[in-house]
Ligand binder design. Structure first.
Ligand SMILES: [Zn+2]
Length: 50
């Protein structure tokens, strides 16, 4: 599949429910953040991990 690269990963976690996901793409992480916040009104945090 894809070659091994050192891409940053984004840890998306909701403070108010068990939603938690990892993304390699920051745009996808932001997309989940926005969608989840819009749908639920929850506070969701995007962190960066290595
Ligand atoms: Zn939530």
């Amino acid at each position: 599949m894809s070659s091994v690269t050192q891409q940053p990963k984004y840890h998306v976690v909701c403070r108010e429910c068990p939603v938690e996901r990892l993304f390699e793409d920051g745009d996808e992480a932001t997309d989940l953040e926005r969608k989840h916040a819009k749908e639920t009104g929850h506070r969701i945090v995007v962190g960066r991990v290595r």
